[in-house]
Design a protein. Structure first.
Length: 60
């Protein structure tokens, strides 16, 4: 039914061996995306209350 290609299997094996590195990379991408969202006043920035928006806008 479902088959895993050799490349996908190698990636899954690498992730299972290097869990800390993989989690750090995911965390870094999320933090960078959050900072860019605040800087360019993206979707999540607009969902924040006005008082927090003004505070963050002054920070960046």
């Amino acid at each position: 039914m479902f088959t895993i290609k050799l490349e996908e299997w190698n990636l899954l094996k690498w992730i299972s061996k290097n869990k800390k590195i993989f989690l750090f990379l995911i965390f870094a991408v999320i933090v960078i995306a959050g900072v860019l969202d605040i800087k360019y006043e993206g979707l999540f920035f607009q969902l924040l209350p006005t008082s927090i928006q003004t505070f963050l806008a002054d920070l960046f």
